[in-house]
Design a protein around this ligand. Structure first.
Ligand code: SF4
Ligand code: SF3
Length: 555
């Protein structure tokens, strides 16, 4: 076995990638990512339990926060394939660890837990040493399969949390308690004294901070760009050359929009960047002209026909085919990376210079049109609350029988056709609430509306699943119910990577029960951990479309 990774839904045989990643991750990259997580844990050991006041007075505090969140984010599925960049992060982390250790000696301080842990002393100075060390610190370093499962479930939740935290910080919104929890949780995954029950508690607590981080990001996005509003987004193309921006970071798209003003270059969103069109402060840019293509996994074909440069602000990158026409035209920023692609860094004021991409775009042909028409979205919490009377009436009169939360991720497995068929076959008196790239399975089906309420209400990105939770809580209040589970809402969620893990844990924290998760249950859940989730939360997989619809409709 040259690697072991089972963090995503497409893991080999549903149990683990051991030779190479289905995602295209090479064993060396996977191993370096394991070492990076271990390095992050070493810093967490030193930082755990340091109070808020001490943090505030430390000049390095923000640097350490950023290091931890960026390290976790880098290892999310399809975010970073660049060995050199990941190895440099490990080296940087170890230097940071030594700096903090020196400070500890000066102050006579000791770590709260795991004072003599190997993570605090190991050294690696070459790529070869990193590879060798990584083999003893990866997922399989934990022998007991239930402990391993709970530790990894926590780590994957933290990866999603870190991604959302980093987007918030990029917009100037911070919450030190979230970072403190991440540190505690990271250390807990190395602490052999914790029992299975304590680790189950940690998983549930991760969900609590999942809600907090999504609320923080919601506040950051809406604080900076206004509340999303009902918007028709063009899916065709215009005649100017364009830049395609993918990923989730709204601070990047606003900077790109500013820098392309008046240049004759149009901006198109891709995959999870689609919801940028819904924000008043972003849609005001006339040269934000449309969304090009579909979910992440179709990029190898769609980037060929886009013709212009592409900027990845986060996952999901698919390694290009040899000789792809867009080679040399793809750029990354933040935690995203790919060998040979230029990574754009921010300056000391947090600004990024996208001029290289803009100059390149000017030399490219306009995108080739692959679709035409529009799609509708922008149904985050405030827009839905504005329609609340209409929605409540429709429920009361029986015009809407049931809501289906179908948020989450898309992926390349054939079995995901289930979601297209499911959406298509749902009775016409039902409404789909969605967020994340899962929507591309059904957002172009023209499912119609119910008295002016579209049957697919897209709240935004995966993190905007928070909006769907707020909508459920609002409906609970309007209908004066005691429990969100009494609402006519069913949850049929598609997952792929670790942001979906934090969304799921957040929903569990909010008390949502009977979530169906597909297309397959996570390979990282041991049978005993699945049992805990089934018994306490009614988590289930999916079956056939017809049977599932009957089940959900209570027929
Ligand atoms: Fe395999 Fe998924 Fe890990 Fe990639 S991220 S190596 S596909 S489990
Ligand atoms: Fe999609 Fe990668 Fe998860 Fe943000 S872009 S939801 S898969």
């Amino acid at each position: 076995m040259s690697m072991f990774c089972y963090q995503c839904q497409e893991t080999a045989k549903g149990t683990g990638c051991t030779i190479a990643g289905v995602c295209g991750k090479k064993p060396e990259t996977s191993n370096l990512q394991d070492l990076l997580i271990y390095t992050a844990k070493s810093i967490a050991i030193l930082r755990e339990g340091i109070d808020l006041e001490t943090r505030k007075s430390c000049d390095h505090s923000e640097k350490i926060d950023y290091y931890l969140t960026n390290a976790l984010f880098t290892t999310i599925t399809n975010a970073n394939f660049d060995d050199e960049a990941i190895a440099a992060q490990v080296t940087e982390g170890l230097a940071l660890r030594e700096e903090i250790k020196a400070k500890f000696i000066e102050l006579g301080r000791t770590p709260k837990r795991l004072k003599n842990h190997d993570a605090l002393t190991f050294t690696v100075t070459s790529m070869k040493e990193m590879q060798a060390k990584s083999l003893s610190v990866g997922v399989l370093a934990t022998e007991n399969e239930d402990i391993r499962s709970l530790r990894e479930l926590t780590i994957y939740g933290l990866k999603g949390m870190a991604a959302y935290y980093e987007h918030s910080v990029n917009l100037g919104y911070k919450n030190q308690e979230i970072v403190m929890f991440m540190e505690k949780a990271l250390v807990s995954t190395l602490d052999d004294t914790l029992s299975v029950d304590e680790l189950v508690g940690l998983v549930l607590e991760t969900g609590k901070y999942g809600v907090d981080v999504m609320a923080l990001l919601d506040g950051a996005n809406t604080g900076r760009f206004g509340n999303p509003e009902l918007t028709e987004v063009n899916i065709g193309t215009k005649s100017n050359p364009g830049i395609l921006i993918s990923g989730h970071d709204l601070n990047d798209i606003v900077q790109l929009l500013e820098q392309t003003k008046g240049t004759g270059v149009d901006i198109y969103t891709h995959s999870e960047m689609l919801p940028a069109h819904y924000y008043p402060e972003l849609k005001k840019y006339d040269h934000l002209v449309g969304n090009y293509g579909n979910a992440w996994w179709k990029q190898k074909e769609e980037f060929e026909s886009f013709n212009g440069p592409i900027l990845f602000t986060t996952n999901c990158i698919v390694p290009p085919k040899a000789g792809a026409s867009y080679e040399g035209k793809v750029f990354t920023t933040n935690a995203a990376g790919y060998p040979g692609w230029v990574s754009i860094k921010e300056d000391e004021n947090g600004n990024k210079d996208f001029s290289e991409i803009i100059e390149m775009a000017k030399t490219c042909e306009a995108p080739t049109q692959i679709e035409e028409g529009t799609i509708v979205g922008g149904f985050a919490h405030e827009q839905v609350f504005a329609l609340a009377d209409k929605v409540v009436d429709a429920v009361k009169t029986g015009a809407i029988k049931k809501f289906f939360v179908m948020a989450g991720c898309d992926g390349r497995m054939k079995s995901r056709d289930y979601y297209t068929e499911f959406a298509d076959k749902l009775p016409k008196d039902t409404v789909i609430l969605t967020a994340g790239c899962a929507k591309y399975r059904y957002n172009k089906l023209n499912l119609g509306d119910i008295g002016g309420i579209p049957r697919v209400l897209d709240a935004g990105q995966c993190n905007d699943s928070y909006s769907l939770a707020l909508i459920a809580l609002k409906l609970k209040e309007v209908f004066q119910l005691n429990d969100v589970n009494e609402l006519p809402i069913a949850y049929n969620i598609a997952w792929y990577e670790q942001k979906a893990v934090i969304v799921l844990l957040a929903l569990l924290h909010l008390g949502v029960k009977n979530i169906h998760l597909g297309p397959t249950l996570p390979g990282f859940l041991s049978p005993a951990v699945v049992n805990v989730l089934v018994e306490n939360f009614g988590i289930a997989g999916i079956g056939s479309v017809d049977e599932d619809i009957k089940l959900f409709m209570g027929e």
